[in-house]
Design a protein around this ligand. Structure first.
Ligand code: SF4
Length: 353
């Protein structure tokens, strides 16, 4: 495709094939990090990571020097990868993918197509005309399936229009799929250790990142592992849990929703596995594999979230009676809200007695 990324594009999409080629051509060596210029690159890399930690989104501010901006991305990967904390890696990858997505939303369709095919190797083409208006792109179904951002009816292949093995997509869908591709690409890069001859120049920055991250990590882990008990489970999860314990056959989406919920509130793989033992078709190996996959211990290493309420409803899994779940958008929101309220009540009780 005859499209050349400008330097500003490289700064917007520093993960792109073009940006990687450009970085190679710059021949920026590890020795260069010891110069004033190298310090600028490290500073910007640190700002990228710190924004991901503190705000979850990396602001699209360009350093005045676009080379600093471009170089700061692989530098940030090196720093985060070296820390080797999967929670930080995921947080950073998501923040970078959101930044890319913000740019892509205002990008020309030609550039979106170029990035998808040139960087990620997708089989994607423009759709000139046909009976379905508004679908500008056609994407090979395998590329579509490997970048679905969430398990929801809207993304199910059976709910999509297919033409000769290609999925018809609107611009917004392609941007969302690309956001996922960026996240997966970064997580893959972070899972591979980068070799560096002299690491001393990076150590103070790694220390700074560790300090910043440790404050947030403590909060996140404490929040995630607070056990409020089954009384705080939302009606949909109670229903799935009871059906599973009673040995009823629940649909695949129901099993996914239950396992993802339990893992996200801090249950271990073995604890979740035990709950599924009463399932009529229980197979320890298969169930363990699936639960580990949802927990992010296999495959893409992404920990899955339970479905949001909107998707639970469309799968017929919601059990709201019209009173219990007022203003609730996610089963986890229900759990933490209920759990915190229960905790406050207990504190109040103790205070009175
Ligand atoms: S509204 Fe949400 S949390 Fe409540 S039962 Fe339905 S899916 Fe579950």
């Amino acid at each position: 495709m005859d499209l050349i990324f400008t330097k500003e594009d490289l700064a917007k999409y520093p993960f792109s094939k073009d940006a990687r080629k450009y970085v190679k051509e710059l021949k920026f060596d590890y020795k260069d990090f010891k110069t004033r210029y190298g310090e600028e690159v490290l500073e910007r890399a640190y700002l990228r990571i710190n924004a991901a930690i503190e705000r979850r989104v990396i602001p699209p501010i360009f350093d005045e020097d676009l080379d600093v901006e471009i170089l700061s991305f692989p530098t940030a990967l090196l720093l985060v990868g070296n820390i080797g904390d999967s929670l930080l890696s995921t947080r950073y990858a998501i923040a970078e993918s959101k930044r890319a997505s913000l740019f892509l939303r205002n990008e020309s369709s030609e550039k979106i197509l170029y990035l998808a095919s040139n960087t990620f190797g997708w089989k994607i083409i423009f759709r000139k005309n046909g009976k379905f208006q508004g679908y500008t792109f056609r994407l090979f179904f395998r590329d579509y399936l490997s970048h679905i951002p969430e398990h929801s009816p809207a993304w199910k292949l059976s709910n999509r229009i297919l033409e000769n093995g290609e999925v018809l997509l609107i611009r917004h869908d392609v941007v969302r799929l690309l956001e996922e591709a960026v996240k997966i690409y970064i997580l893959n890069r972070l899972s591979k250790k980068m070799k560096v001859d002299d690491f001393s120049v990076f150590l103070p920055w790694i220390e700074k990142i560790r300090n910043s991250w440790s404050k947030y990590k403590v909060k996140i882990e404490k929040w995630k592992t607070l056990d409020y008990g089954e009384e705080a489970y939302p009606p949909c999860i109670i229903n799935l849990l009871n059906a599973t314990k009673a040995g009823k056959n629940i649909p695949h989406v129901g099993r996914f929703a239950l396992a993802a919920f339990l893992l996200n509130i801090g249950k271990t793989v073995d604890e979740v596995l035990d709950i599924f033992r009463s399932s009529p078709d229980f197979s320890e190996n298969i169930a363990r594999y699936q639960i580990e996959h949802i927990a992010g211990l296999r495959g893409s290493r992404i920990r899955y979230s339970p479905f949001k309420c909107e998707n639970m409803k469309s799968y017929g899994l919601c059990r709201d009676d019209g009173k219990s779940c007022k203003n609730i958008k996610h089963p986890l929101q229900y759990y933490y809200r209920k759990g915190i309220a229960k905790k406050r009540k207990n504190v109040e009780k103790k205070r009175i007695s």
